[in-house]
Design a protein around this ligand. Structure first.
Ligand SMILES: [Zn+2]
Length: 192
């Protein structure tokens, strides 16, 4: 049970890391996963033959997403700080949920805008749509190409946005449910 749980989180972690930081970032994460203990940025750079700065960039990005944590000590000889890093696959679902919630919020704002505004467009795909107030100001001429602005029925945009929001809502519910289940599992296991 525990090992399949781990694999599931690690799969999710792989997808998320690749999405936010690319393939080479996942190489860094893989070293951390395989190490199974704290490891310094220098050790990772040596293992991957990668620039130390590039490794650090990935690590801080992971830290921002709360997927990695570090412990800092001072080297007694050099006086420099040494950072020991750890990857947190157990935090991946929370990170995915957080990101999806952000997308959800952005799309909700878009939907509100589409519903509350009459929109005008010249028909040129390179030009922006304008709200009624904006179109009034330019006397219903496109400020970009000068063509006449026409009312644009945005029923389809609204429908697409509503559909996407429903999908996201379902995904979030599913993830939150699984998140709670895995927390429950963990607490049961830990109580033995
Ligand atoms: Zn135009």
């Amino acid at each position: 049970m525990l090992s399949s749980q781990k694999t599931c989180d690690e799969e999710l972690l792989e997808a998320l890391v690749k999405e936010i930081s690319g393939e080479s970032a996942y190489e860094v994460v893989k070293v951390l996963l395989n190490a199974n203990k704290e490891i310094t940025d220098e050790e990772i750079a040596n293992k991957l033959n990668m620039l130390l700065n590039a490794v650090r960039k990935v690590l801080y990005r992971m830290y921002e997403e709360r997927l990695a944590s570090y412990r800092r000590t001072r080297d007694a000889n050099t006086g420099w700080f040494i950072y020991y890093w750890k990857i947190r696959p157990d935090k991946v679902r929370e990170a995915v949920i957080r990101r999806k919630r952000e997308v959800y919020l952005r799309l909700s704002e878009r939907l509100k805008f589409e519903k509350e505004n009459m929109l005008f467009h010249c028909g040129n795909p390179n030009c922006q749509r304008l709200t009624f107030d904006e179109a009034m100001e330019t006397e219903f001429k496109c400020p970009n190409c000068g063509e006449k602005l026409k009312y644009q029925d945005n029923t389809e945009s609204i429908r697409v946005l509503e559909e996407k929001l429903q999908e996201l809502e379902a995904e979030l519910r599913e993830l939150e449910k699984r998140c709670e289940e895995s927390l429950l599992e963990r607490s049961v296991l830990e109580s033995y």
